[in-house]
Write a protein of this length. Structure first.
Ligand SMILES: [Zn+2]
Length: 333
């Protein structure tokens, strides 16, 4: 058993309380490898933004759980080296689907876990979430739960259709589970294909898809029921079209990839939404940069020569999200 406190990490309680009060959101960036971690930490240190390093169970398998723990610890030390005196970095399990997985993450140094039992019937969701909360809170680890179902594909999380969170359930759910934050479904979606062309309209000038708006009325209802309670948005990548264009122009094939417009996320960040999950956008940034190098320099075979530019592009993306979308810059001083 290793406590996240020994690794220099923090849980999400204080960062969320401040974010809700301050009208901004904390970035939750998924990571799988060293370059992504470097980019996240550099962006957070440079902007003095609290940050959540997010790991899915797929990422945990990919990177190895022991290595991950030391990477998180290394991230804290790296942040200090970059001049960030008191780094506010959380290590969070994304979409934990069982008590055992959540427990294992708590025992391995995570400071926050998500138990996603949203696909289960309501009472079973409550029971499993409650069980995880009871275990995690003994070690001061915070717990995110989910009500409602997001469409899309993310690692092992797949749902064909979305079901909006029912505002009439949130008080009962939050009270009975004791969860620290709640992921809701209001029309965001996992992956780089958040909506089918049929769900969108098409901009006649550019020919690009325009996605349907988020269900802001559902969010408002939830905030009325649970004033000040930390709300989480999953599936909130914007799928920047410049990356999609670079990928498609350099041998890739991502037709009609579409995300959530940043304007909508900017508004959400000002509300009780205090954690916004971004994964696909950094995958796109990475892939666009790598494809560009390969297209321009077919003879390149030193991974540093294409992973390096990919890392720089991800860092630019993270800084942009922190400053221009979430508003969390300068909040970790
Ligand atoms: Zn998610």
């Amino acid at each position: 058993m290793v406590s996240y406190k020994e690794l220099g990490l923090v849980n999400t309680r204080e960062m969320f309380a401040k974010a809700v009060k301050g009208g901004y959101a904390i970035p939750a960036f998924n990571f799988n490898n060293m370059e992504q971690l470097q980019a996240i930490i550099k962006a957070a240190a440079e902007t003095h933004s609290p940050v959540i390093l997010q790991v899915s169970s797929g990422a945990r398998k990919y990177a190895n759980q022991t290595l991950l723990r030391y990477m998180a610890q290394g991230a804290v030390e790296y942040a200090k080296e970059l001049g960030w005196e008191h780094p506010q970095i959380a290590l969070h399990l994304d979409h934990g689907n069982s008590f055992e997985l959540c427990k294992s993450c708590v025992d391995f140094g995570f400071s926050s876990v998500m138990i996603d039992a949203s696909a289960l019937p309501y009472e079973e969701n409550i029971a499993l979430t409650r069980q995880v909360v009871e275990y995690a809170h003994q070690f001061d680890v915070t717990v995110e739960a989910e009500l409602g179902v997001l469409a899309g594909v993310e690692d092992e999380v797949v749902a064909e259709e979305s079901h909006y969170t029912k505002p009439e359930e949130v008080i009962d759910f939050a009270t009975r589970t004791g969860c620290d934050s709640l992921a809701i479904s209001i029309g965001t979606s996992h992956g780089a294909y958040k909506f089918t062309p049929e769900q969108c309209t098409r901009d006649p000038k550019t020919g690009r898809l325009v996605p349907p708006p988020l269900a802001v009325d559902v969010l408002d209802e939830i905030m009325k029921k649970l004033p000040g309670f930390p709300i989480v948005l999953h599936g909130s990548s914007s799928v920047p079209q410049e990356y999609v264009d670079i990928i498609n122009a350099n041998g890739g094939k991502l037709p009609d990839a579409v995300g959530i417009p940043e304007e909508q996320l900017r508004k959400a960040a000002k509300s009780a939404v205090c954690k916004i999950n971004i994964d696909s956008d950094s995958r796109l940034a990475f892939t666009a940069a790598v494809r560009k190098v390969f297209a321009e320099k077919p003879g390149e075979f030193d991974p540093r020569k294409y992973c390096g530019p990919a890392r720089d592009e991800m860092e630019r993306l993270y800084v942009h999200k922190i400053k221009e979308v979430l508003g969390s810059d300068g909040k970790a001083d």
